[in-house]
Design a protein around this ligand. Structure first.
Ligand SMILES: [Zn+2]
Length: 333
């Protein structure tokens, strides 16, 4: 009983320390979700290789996000690989290499996957893979076909200035667990946080809470915060991942910049503050002009790719207005 109380006290203490922060809960519900433990370990050896079994998903999906949690010595060269089996033909892709986070997108669905880990360690240290997580979602094949096309050329008349941002250092971000995957910026996807809503928002503390949740929750285990930018109701813009690398916010993630508005913007929830809207429009004007993204075509709400209401119906209704403002600011040749 005493022991139970001690455990409970620790739990209470942790709750009191973190209890002010609501749990982040606005990711898509995946059609496939797995967290798999492995006993792969390379200890005092220069080379090790481990191939998982072939995992059947039950649901066929066309977007997958795989996060591998590798604990490695500094000298070790770790590489993960993933391959996928197409549902219709039964054919496997070749093994595709990555560091820790892999985004797979295709028009055709896949129904199985297999992973391979390879370690080279000239110093004979210790490398283990305690676990990896896999999320798969199905997105309408027509939408996938459209999204995966190269965007039409867009040439702005002028480059909008980059709005001032709270750097990662300034909000005390944790470093990413591993290296990112580079991508070309072609689309913008707007989100809302839903939780925290405006009354639960506590500035940088909330941004750190979101990052911790994305990196530490066993369902996600992402390499870093999923979004590229987050905007507080008071108009503060925080840098998440660099916009030049693939994020984790709405499948298909490759080529998409994710911006999260803190608050709940479904009808009769939080009001939309004009300062937050201004920050969003300024940020998107800079992104569109700097990366030649056509604001009239390639600004989306998360709900364009998901059954969720994100970024909230009230914000979604205003996207056409924001697109117009951006076009008026940066022009088109
Ligand atoms: Zn969203």
């Amino acid at each position: 009983m005493k022991k139970l109380f001690a455990v409970f006290s620790i739990f209470l203490l942790i709750s009191l320390c973190t209890g002010a922060l609501p749990v982040w809960a606005n990711e898509d519900t995946p059609d496939y979700q797995a967290t798999v433990s492995t006993d792969f370990a390379v200890i005092d050896k220069t080379y090790g290789q481990f191939e998982t079994e072939e995992y059947e998903m039950g649901n066929a999906v066309n977007n997958m996000l795989i996060s591998v949690n590798a604990v490695k010595s500094e000298s070790s060269l770790f590489r993960a690989y993933a391959r996928f089996r197409y549902a219709k033909t039964g054919l496997w892709t070749r093994y595709l290499a990555f560091d820790s986070e892999y985004h797979f997108s295709a028009v055709e669905t896949v129904s199985a996957y297999q992973l391979l880990f390879v370690v080279r360690d000239p110093m004979k240290g210790k490398t283990t893979v305690p676990d990896f997580t896999v999320q798969g979602v199905y997105i309408d094949e027509k939408l996938m076909e459209y999204t995966m096309q190269a965007p039409a050329e867009f040439e702005p008349i002028k480059i909008a200035p980059k709005p001032s941002l709270i750097s990662r250092q300034a909000w005390v971000a944790r470093p990413p667990k591993s290296s990112y995957t580079q991508h070309a910026v072609q689309r913008i996807v707007v989100h809302h946080s839903y939780i925290p809503n405006q009354s639960q928002y506590k500035g940088a503390l909330s941004i750190r809470g979101i990052q911790n949740y994305h990196m530490d929750d066993p369902k996600t285990s992402w390499t870093d915060i999923g979004y590229h930018f987050l905007i507080g109701p008071e108009g503060t813009i925080y840098q998440g991942r660099p916009e030049t690398v693939v994020g984790a916010h709405a499948s298909p993630n490759t080529n998409a910049v994710g911006i999260c508005l803190i608050g709940d913007y479904d009808p009769e929830k939080d009001p939309i503050p004009p300062v937050m809207e201004k920050s969003l429009v300024d940020l998107m004007a800079w992104l569109c002009s700097n990366y030649k993204v056509d604001p009239g075509v390639n600004i989306y709400g998360h709900c364009d790719y998901s059954t969720k209401s994100c970024p909230g119906l009230e914000v979604y209704k205003r996207l056409p207005q924001y697109r117009q403002k951006i076009i008026a600011t940066i022009g088109q040749k």
